[in-house]
Write a protein that binds this ligand. Structure first.
Ligand code: HEM
Length: 336
């Protein structure tokens, strides 16, 4: 599997919480100009695509679902992904458009998709599924009806506690039903955030960062709970550095101009606890936040069986880092 190797490209989740601890909130923010285009090719690109395609091949129904009436929206999605990728990475992706005859080339994978735009019979997969397999994100299309959003197309390989199979057709409120979604002051957030989502305009997407911890596992959904549930018991303060990963989802919420749906894009990244030492300030903030997670949140996030061991591991790591620092300073002093 993969972990983030270029930490400058890793989305550290607790940046805004330096002096606070983590609680649920309406943490949607506006994007800076350079981030509106969500395409991001990291050193892990090929490993991510390999994994994504394997999941889609192995469990096609769990990983991809759509309603038959979504084809027009699916083509809108194809156009968006091609436009964004060729604009940001012209050296990696290119497109030739001859009327409706489009040729999209992925130069990293040396693959070409030739199709008639708007005509599903010109390709083997559905349009959303075909183009989504060139990019490492998970994608969910939420159709806006009656002041709510309904999941009508989804392709996902990394999402946690979620699958297209499980969630197709659900509303925003239903999807968030299991989340103990209250703010620091005890206010119920589902309604407030749904109303906020209604205000998102085309061309002005919003973003937020979600995070979790994973024990020796990269995806957890309800269909495989019998496998990953017991794996969480293996974690000890000694092996937590290697087994437990900080799992970060950078999320985009994009209003599609033609269909008026909200496209929900997830960029899922992983960093093992032991790699936090490469950024000592991240290590301390992570420890501070994890040590304060309330029980109800640890239970919901599925990390309750291994959170105390992970916190102990981080504390030991910080102590040993400080001890080493002290010794080095002492030695410097001695040499002078
Ligand atoms: C409109 C598209 C959205 C979809 C399809 C969606 C989907 C989901 C799903 C499936 C979960 C459960 C999985 C998990 O716990 O990681 C979840 C959890 C959650 N969602 Fe959303 N969501 C959407 C929008 C939002 C927005 C706009 C917010 C803004 C604050 C939000 C905040 C949360 C939070 C805080 C959780 C709990 C996650 C955790 O504690 O790990 N969601 N969402």
């Amino acid at each position: 599997m993969f972990k983030s190797t270029n930490l400058d490209m890793f989305t550290f989740p607790f940046t805004n919480f330096k002096n606070k601890t983590y609680r649920y909130s309406n943490d949607l923010v506006e994007l800076s100009g350079d981030k509106v285009n969500f395409m991001k090719i990291t050193p892990e690109y090929k490993a991510q695509i390999k994994r994504k395609r394997e999941m889609l091949e192995k469990q096609p129904e769990v990983r991809y679902q759509s309603f038959p009436h979504t084809m027009e929206m699916q083509w809108e999605f194809v156009e968006l992904l091609i436009d964004l990728s060729t604009a940001k990475y012209p050296e990696h992706f290119s497109v030739e458009k001859d009327g409706d005859q489009w040729t999209f080339t992925n130069h990293i994978l040396e693959e070409t998709e030739v199709f008639t735009f708007g005509d599903e019979s010109s390709i083997e997969l559905e349009p959303y599924d075909m183009i989504g397999r060139h990019f490492h994100h998970d994608y969910m299309l939420m159709v806006n009806r009656d002041d709510n959003f309904y999941l009508e197309v989804a392709q996902e390989s990394f999402a946690a506690l979620f699958s297209p199979h499980w969630n197709l057709g659900m509303s925003f409120d239903e999807i968030h039903g299991p989340v103990p979604f209250v703010s620091r002051d005890g206010i119920d957030l589902v309604d407030r955030i749904r109303k906020f989502l209604l205000t998102i305009e085309p061309g002005v997407p919003r973003t937020r960062v979600n995070w979790n911890l994973m024990a020796d596992r990269w995806d957890v959904n309800y269909e495989t709970m019998d496998i990953w549930g017991p794996q969480r018991e293996k974690v000890t303060p000694e092996n937590a550095g290697e087994l437990v990963h900080l799992r970060v989802e950078e999320q985009w919420f994009i209003r599609m101009p033609r269909s008026n749906a909200i496209l929900f894009v997830l960029d899922t990244q992983f960093l093992p606890m032991e790699d936090l030492i490469k950024r000592p300030e991240w290590l301390e903030i992570t420890y501070f936040n994890l040590a304060d997670i309330p029980d109800y949140m640890a239970e919901y996030k599925g990390m309750a069986p291994f959170l105390p061991q992970t916190v102990e591991y981080l504390k030991n790591l910080i102590d040993s880092m400080k001890e080493k620092d002290k010794q080095e300073k002492g030695e410097e002093h001695f040499v002078q």
